[in-house]
Write a protein that binds this ligand. Structure first.
Ligand SMILES: Cc1ncc(COP(=O)(O)O)c(C=O)c1O
Length: 316
């Protein structure tokens, strides 16, 4: 093995933080489509796909072109909600065009867990309530708020104190819907549980969940961070059961390999973040122009080869 590869492995172990004692240590020189290539052209079929990210494969030419073009114009500005620039507004417009009418406003983030954090804040601020309901076996990210939503103490116990006032319900359980009350700020749920092992609740469950949220005045948050962007055969997984959330979370496959996520809601719901305090949620990098250009190219490419969202026909 050439010297620099041995060095890379040593440097990886010495200087790159690991969170397990068993890193895969696959050395990568190139990635294209479904393949990863290591030293000496060793070829791997990439079934992890960047943890559910590379829905278009590695280095899709449309995404690469968009990134190169945007990088040669400008890469970073004051990105969130102040300056107006094309890849960001065109991405927000295209998302709105392919989503139900109430999901017309996007707040861009750098990751899935940041989308979760933003959505929790938005729901608490909008409802002036504190209780958050999440599902057992759910995964919504690894930062403090998102981690608080997990029911598995193994992951949480050594990081306490976490967010208070979290209730857990069993995904798909009709009787547990009774736990949603007028104290509840929001219910956050994966439309299809991914980390728990591809659990799918039925349409009736989601309809009753929607009804219960309406009755109690709490917000319904769908986490499509893993299953959005065509991964279930429709553009959005919630199209399978025709129930629309108040807030939608996206990330992973969104950027075609670039880091970007979003929490998406209505203009009216988002308006609460403008006052008391002003700048109720801010970010330095979320909505970065290069990432937005990549996400725009990704969404355009997915839409062009189907699945098409049926919501586009509902837009006026
Ligand atoms: C359903 C779901 N939500 C949220 C996240 C967190 O996303 P990120 O790792 O980008 O923070 C993940 C990541 O695996 C996920 O699968």
């Amino acid at each position: 093995m050439p010297e620099n590869h041995i060095n890379n492995r040593q440097l990886f172990l010495q200087h790159v933080a690991q969170t397990s004692d068993f890193p895969l240590m696959i050395e990568v020189e190139k990635a294209e489509g479904v393949w990863i290539y290591g030293p000496n052209n060793k070829k791997y079929l990439d079934l992890i796909s960047g943890i559910g990210v590379s829905g278009l494969g590695h280095c899709h030419p449309n995404v690469v072109r968009a990134v190169q073009q945007q990088a040669s114009s400008f890469m970073h500005l004051m990105v969130y909600g102040e300056y107006v620039y094309s890849p960001q507004v065109r991405l927000a417009e295209l998302l709105a065009k392919h989503l139900p009418k109430n999901l017309n406003t996007s707040y861009f983030t750098n990751s899935g867990t940041e989308a979760t954090e933003g959505a929790l804040k938005l729901a608490k601020r909008y409802t002036s309530r504190t209780q958050i309901i999440a599902c057992k076996n759910a995964y919504h990210g690894s930062t403090h708020g998102a981690l608080s939503l997990m029911d598995n103490e193994n992951f949480k116990q050594n990081f306490r104190p976490l967010l208070p006032d979290i209730e857990h319900i069993t995904y798909g359980s009709f009787s547990d819907l009774e736990k949603i009350t007028i104290q509840t700020a929001c219910v956050i749920i994966e439309t299809l549980q991914g980390e728990a092992g591809v659990n799918i609740a039925c349409e009736t469950y989601f309809k009753l969940l929607r009804e219960k949220c309406n009755q109690t005045g709490c917000l319904l948050i769908f986490d499509e961070i893993q299953v959005g962007f065509g991964r279930t055969g429709k553009l959005w997984a919630f199209e399978h059961f025709d129930v629309v959330p108040d807030i939608l979370l996206l990330a992973k496959g969104m950027g075609g390999g670039m880091p970007i996520g979003a929490f998406i809601s209505s203009n009216e719901i988002f308006s609460v973040l403008k006052t008391n305090p002003i700048l109720g949620h801010i970010t330095t990098f979320g909505g970065n122009p290069v990432c937005c250009a990549a996400a725009l190219a990704t969404l355009q490419t997915i839409i062009a080869c189907k699945p098409k969202s049926k919501f586009i026909f509902k837009q006026t």
